[in-house]
Design a protein around this ligand. Structure first.
Ligand SMILES: *Cc1c(COP(=O)(O)O)cnc(C)c1O
Length: 551
């Protein structure tokens, strides 16, 4: 396809192509701003001046755009950010569809807002229903494109509500065969799919438009942020239509926090759980007599056909569980969102499916951000299978792994710290966040137990006693023969456990003797893991591994 400079303007609504964008000032600078009729005062209650709530934000806040470019792997010039993917869809149609003149093509059953956005804009709607198995009717779509003038093809992949994905090759062929039709693929659920995003195709196909959202996989539905990804010409035209200042400062702050580099490990581990739980529901739901058919899913929801719709709804409402009723669009069909393990457990028991195994896991997450460090921690006291630790300090990672392994817990921990200064803040703040997460996960167990362990390692011996009394205290006896192990300062070992004891509300006593600093530190971490193991175990607390170490 030729890449003449004005192709997008030529297919946009003439009025949009013709005007200059409304010139909102955009972000404040360090000038004395007397240009936008803003209040010179921050709103009460007197908050930090940096909140800048009294100043208009940038139309597309730069820090957020940088982060989103990283997240989606596309240059900023190919991104437009608004109040959800919904707004991006609305703006796309308002930019390109002349009311009463241009048409869109949709493939129902699909995302309901496609239809509404098209009607609000006054676009004609040409429908090519999905085939019996809910795959896109490829021949039907191609024929409709031949027979009609269509401005935007609106696809959704994975499709809401059917859960299946649209094939990559089909999208490519649509883009190639219809260079002046926009091919929109709404990828609101693509994070859940094994097929992956089509964003790598953007440089090749000028007419491909993708929408992505932070509402689903990243848990930010209440914040309202989503994007369209497309050719820069399309984005520039859409920016003219996007209402002024669509990204409020609190939204910017909330998104930056949720997408902080340290938080990504938590998103990853949640995604793994989500996919596991989807697989579990796909296996378990068909066992319910009230359900006739369960459809496969690439998303975080499952479409099903009820065998007895009234009883299904009655059983669920007894447990106050709400699912999405699609009967007005597809006879007897309902959509269920995949929840947390314990929520899915409730769903299955409401449907009379006996739980396979208890998924009642003690999990806690802790996020801690300061000027020096940015940390996320997720502990799972009942599933030690997932351990992933990244602090930028290899030796420290290895030590934290010892606590997880010997303590028998799952631990996802990521710390981005000021290591260019030294390791002090990273080690201390990691201990504080880890301790807080352990305290949360242990819940009411804190305050009832005393545990101990003697950890021999070659010439070294560490004696560890822990009292989960709720009162922090720390005693350390030991002299390290050297000041460092690689870049790790030996003094940070007792400092780590001091901070851990404070954050956990635990008394920790360590006596360590030996000739090798590496061994001595490792024995301390292993010993603390071992001492924590009975506290964490749900079995009787009498299984203390050694009598020698008990207080
Ligand atoms: C949920 C959903 C959206 C909404 O995204 P927002 O960013 O919350 O506006 C968009 N498309 C589909 C298919 C959805 O299911």
């Amino acid at each position: 396809m030729t890449n003449d400079m004005k192709w997008a303007e030529n297919i946009a609504r003439p009025v949009i192509a013709g005007f200059k964008a409304y010139s909102a000032r955009g972000a404040s600078t360090n000038a004395l701003h007397m240009d936008a009729n803003e209040s010179p005062w921050s709103p009460p209650p007197a908050g930090p001046r940096e909140s800048e709530y009294n100043r208009y934000p940038a139309q597309q806040p730069p820090s957020l755009m940088t982060r989103l470019a990283g997240l989606y792997g596309v240059p900023q010039e190919n991104i437009i950010l608004g109040r959800g993917a919904d707004e991006a869809i609305d703006v796309l149609l308002r930019t390109f569809c002349e009311a009463g003149q241009d048409n869109v093509l949709i493939c129902p059953p699909s995302f309901g807002y496609f239809d509404i956005a098209a009607q609000v804009q006054g676009a004609g709607i040409i429908k090519v229903p999905l085939a019996d198995d809910y795959a896109v009717d490829k021949a039907g779509v191609k024929k409709a494109l031949k027979d009609n003038d269509i401005k935007v093809v609106m696809l959704c992949s994975p499709n809401n509500p059917t859960g299946n994905s649209v094939g990559r090759d089909f999208v490519k062929s649509l883009c190639t065969d219809n260079p002046d039709t926009l091919i929109l693929v709404d990828e609101a659920y693509v994070e859940f799919s094994s097929q992956g995003s089509l964003s790598d195709l953007l440089p090749t196909y000028r007419n491909l438009v993708l929408t992505r959202t932070l509402s689903k996989a990243y848990g930010l539905a209440g914040v309202r942020a989503g994007v369209a990804l497309a050719n820069a010409e399309i984005i520039n035209l859409m920016l003219k239509v996007l209402p002024p200042y669509p990204v409020p400062r609190p939204v910017e702050q909330a998104v930056m926090k949720a997408l902080a580099p340290s938080a990504m490990a938590v998103h990853d581990s949640r995604m793994a759980i989500w996919q596991e739980e989807r697989a579990r529901l796909l296996t378990e739901l068909p066992k319910c007599d009230l359900i006739e058919k369960v459809y496969p899913s690439d998303a975080n929801f499952i479409l099903l056909k009820a065998a007895d719709e009234d009883k299904l709804l009655a059983d669920l409402s007894r447990f106050n569980i709400k699912i999405r009723d699609f009967r007005s669009k597809i006879e007897n069909h309902f959509r269920i969102s995949v929840g947390m393990p314990e929520e899915n457990e409730l769903l299955l028991s409401a449907l009379g499916i006996a739980p396979q195994e208890s998924k009642d896991e003690r999990v806690a997450e802790e996020f801690r951000t300061t000027k020096e460090t940015d940390i996320s921690v997720r502990v799972n006291l009942d599933d030690p299978s997932s351990v992933s630790i990244e602090t930028g300090l290899g030796f420290f990672d290895h030590m934290l792994e010892q606590i997880a392994k010997h303590g028998g817990m799952g631990l996802t921990l990521k710390c981005a710290g000021d290591l260019h200064i030294d390791s002090h803040h990273s080690v201390e703040d990691t201990a504080l966040a880890f301790g807080a997460a352990l305290k949360k996960a242990l819940g009411n167990k804190v305050g009832i137990g005393r545990y101990g362990f003697v950890m021999p390692m070659d010439e070294t011996q560490a004696k560890v006693a822990i009292d989960l009394s709720g009162r922090p205290a720390f005693v350390f006896n030991g002299d390290f023969p050297t000041e460092n192990v690689g870049p790790f300062a030996a003094e940070m070992c007792p400092h780590f456990f001091l901070s851990l004891s404070q954050a956990m509300g635990a008394s920790i006593q360590i006596d360590v003797t030996g000739d090798n600093t590496h061994h001595m530190i490792e024995a301390c971490f292993k010993g603390v893991g071992r001492a924590l193991r009975p506290a964490i175990s749900r079995g009787p607390t009498t299984d203390i591994p050694s009598t020698k170490g008990v207080i």
